[in-house]
Design a protein around this ligand. Sequence first.
Ligand code: PMP
Length: 354
Amino acid sequence: MSRFLTEKYALLTPYTPGEQPKDMKYIKLNTNESPFPPSDKAIAAAAEAAKTLELYSDPECRDLVSKAVEVFGVERDEILFTNGSDEILNFAFMAFCDATHPALFPDITYGFYPVFAELGGIPYKTARLRDDFTIDLDDYKGHKGAIFIANPNAPTGIALSLAEIEQIILANPESVVIIDEAYVDFGAESALSLIHKYDNLLVTQTFSKSRSMAGARLGFGAGCKELIRDLNTIKYSTNPYNVNRMTMAAGIGVLCDEDYTKQNCQKIIENREYTKAKLKKLGFTMTDSVSNFIFAKSDKISGEQLYLTLKERGILIRHFSSARLCEYNRITVGSREQMDALLDEIKRILEETV
Ligand code: PMP
């Protein structure tokens, strides 16, 4: 810390992204990226856009919004694109929470929520997930502030149904309910259709997972036009050019290639179910993940030991050290070859352990 850092940030604990080591070539199953390359249409559009990088990007993202209106069934003034969905989530904390409007989210969820809250000096409450990691809807009633629910949740992969999401929206008319759908395309129901029905719903999505564009940084929020206007106030007060030209073009490209996205999601779903079945045979227990990751623990080896041994052998998965999670690991669902390599290595490790 320099002697210049202001007091308000001195105690901030930043978010810890999944490790990206460069010491050897790993099979990377730790940050929920897609194993598939971006759409050819996205790559070609980004390359073309690179030729005009001397110009600022369109702060209104007009061409991208036009395409999104077709694909996501929203109106132009109901959507706002951002630099990854992390940015729209941060904007939501800034816009809808303050000292008298605390944030509320599960105790086990996306690790960035408490960081956004602390960055903004925003108080927050957490509601304990049940022992099986499911949400108790009774914990989300009559809140006044903002509620953040990742659906499916991370790192468990468990999803609420659309009817349950609607119950939360209805039970909290004085709160904006933010449904973070980073992983929705792998088997959960999206709440996007509800934005026309409720003025307190904001749905966020990302192009990082199902659309293979984690490195481009593109996400969005969708909600009624008043909520989007509020979020635009924050955007235009921080970084109007938050989506760069190449990313915007790639975003349009991938939205012109929905079949590719759907095929890739289908492959991930198949690989997830394949891997879950094999892990079960190896004695693992796991949550009912409908995401692009599996959250699993073994009765033969500790979560940490499995993570460390796999890492030594060139396979990265995500380990969390907190008390309720430390026996588990979060394993990104990759290609079938990556999953077979993982399963072979786990089998070997378990044989060596007994
Ligand atoms: N929400 C959840 C639940 C996530 O796991 C992630 C990815 N780390 C994000 C949002 C943010 O993703 P991105 O900024 O890449 O859109």
